[in-house]
Design a protein around this ligand. Structure first.
Ligand code: FCB
Length: 484
């Protein structure tokens, strides 16, 4: 089936078709052309949705501490109560089943499993994920847990956190406990979510927990997270036939102009955002230019012995989180909170053209270029889009409806990119929308809504948005068309 369509986006003039018609056509095309076994999912993370921060003996995490520190998050908001998913998981799984999701990506809260970051598993913590996994399987939904989505037990932070190598070993132990409990039913495991954010936003810009601003710390954290990943892969492999991967935010960098300074800033950002992770994971060594940029700031990767082999242990796929590109120039961030190293090398340029509520540029062509480049530069590794979505300021109508056409359009244009590159032979096997729910958007608090399901945080009422209806229809049409 071939459909001819002018796609609204950064490559064509908008307005030929209205957004709703455009999105309907793109959905029909994706349903017709994506492979039968393509995985449709949605993603969340523990701290962003669970709430219940002291239930079942959960210990405090670095995000509880950070959010309760004045001035760190929007209006001091924290992940309590978020979507109260801890108590409402059964209702939430029913909603996922109604949507037709084939897979659900969630994260396991380390402080529920080990309230102080070490020692035996806390039975109440394990029991929660046991129930969730059983509920998902009963609904025909494949569970895709992520082992670390930024909620380090505070007790480990008190001993230095990821700056210290010991935390990587603690992480390996924790993953083993979760695997012991769930590997009889869970097949797809992601070790880490966006180690770039944990390292650079957590320890360089300080915008995320634990709020440190030090290039030396950030670089140590990068390496220890990757060592932790390697240990987690080993723990999972030794417990069965698991499929293991890692979820990375592979944000492409665009020079804002053609000056040599902008080109070099784009190289530096590309290095720290993409190659710093994919090279050691898939090619066995860190990129030389990135090591050089770190050295300019007096920072060094604390490599010990056979670390390269551990970090490069074979994995089964890469989870690609993509929202938007960085647009960069050489220079110093006036707020002095650059996440990049050295701190005075990169100025992120803001644009007002086709942006989301967070000011993130909507650029589906950059997504296409990224997926093609991953396929070219790192051949042979399957890709899953593990996060993709957009924050917009939703309006709830008097009748309780959310007609989020901007989000629907965003999803349609990006899923169309996945279709396009898959047809051209890029091995992309699934798509997880970020996010299933409006939730706690870290330092932005609750004001930035990414959900395809609206959450009224006062009443915890869930309402499917227009984007969610569209996504659900796409999944169901794909299933019918491909006979799965
Ligand atoms: C990603 C995070 C996710 C969410 C989205 C918007 O960086 O993995 O938790 O905050 O951005």
């Amino acid at each position: 089936m071939t459909l001819s369509v002018q796609v609204m986006g950064d490559d064509t003039r908008p307005g030929v078709l209205d957004e709703q018609t455009n999105s309907a056509i793109l959905a029909a095309r994706a349903a017709a052309e994506l492979p039968a076994r393509f995985v449709w999912g949605a993603a969340t993370s523990a701290y962003q949705i669970e709430g219940a921060v002291t239930a079942g003996g959960r210990g405090p995490s670095i995000w509880d501490t950070f959010a309760s520190t004045p001035g760190k998050t929007w209006r001091g908001e924290s992940g309590d109560p978020a979507c109260d998913h801890y108590h409402r998981y059964a209702e939430d799984v029913r909603l996922m089943a109604d949507l037709g999701l084939g897979a659900y990506r969630f994260s396991v809260a380390w402080p529920r499993i080990q309230p102080t970051g070490q020692g035996p598993a806390n039975p109440a913590g394990i029991a929660f994920y046991d129930r969730l996994v059983d509920e998902l399987l009963a609904a025909g939904i494949d569970p895709w847990p992520t082992m670390y989505h930024w909620d380090l037990p505070q007790a480990l932070q008190d001993r230095g956190g990821w700056v210290e190598r010991d935390t990587a070993y603690r992480f390996g132990d924790y993953v083993a406990l979760v695997a012991d409990a769930l590997s009889d039913r869970v097949r797809h495991w992601s070790t880490l979510n966006e180690p770039w954010c944990a390292a650079f936003e957590g320890h360089m810009s300080g915008r995320h927990a634990p709020g440190i601003q030090s290039p030396v710390a950030a670089v140590r954290v990068v390496h220890h997270l990757l060592v932790g990943h390697g240990l987690a892969v080993a723990a999972l492999r030794s417990r069965g036939e698991a499929e293991v991967g890692i979820s990375l935010n592979l944000i492409p960098a665009e020079p804002a102009d053609d000056s040599p300074g902008a080109e070099d800033a784009a190289r530096l950002v590309d290095g720290q955002q993409i190659r710093l992770f994919l090279d050691p994971l898939l090619r066995g060594r860190y990129p030389d230019d990135v090591v050089g940029d770190f050295a300019r700031a007096g920072a060094e990767l604390p490599i010990v012995g056979d670390d390269a082999k551990l970090i490069g242990s074979p994995i089964d796929w890469i989870g690609v989180n993509y929202y938007s590109p960085h647009i960069v120039l050489a220079g110093t961030d006036p707020r002095r909170t650059s996440p990049f190293i050295p701190g005075d090398a990169v100025l992120s340029v803001r644009t007002t053209e086709d942006v989301t509520a967070l000011g993130w540029p909507v650029r589906p062509r950059c997504f296409a270029a990224l997926l093609r480049r991953l396929h070219r530069d790192y051949p042979g590794i399957p890709l899953y889009v593990h996060e993709n979505g957009a924050a917009f300021h939703d309006v709830v109508s008097a009748g309780g409806e959310v007609d989020d056409s901007d989000r629907r359009g965003y999803l349609a244009r990006h899923i169309d990119v996945v279709r396009e590159v898959a047809v051209d032979g890029v091995d992309v096997r699934g798509y997880f929308a970020w996010s299933l729910f409006d939730n706690y958007e870290w330092a932005e608090g609750y004001r930035m809504r990414f959900g395809i399901v609206h959450v009224d945080f006062a009443t915890q009422r869930r309402t499917l948005k227009a984007s969610g209806r569209w996504y659900s229809q796409l999944i169901k049409t794909h299933r019918q068309t491909r006979g799965t």
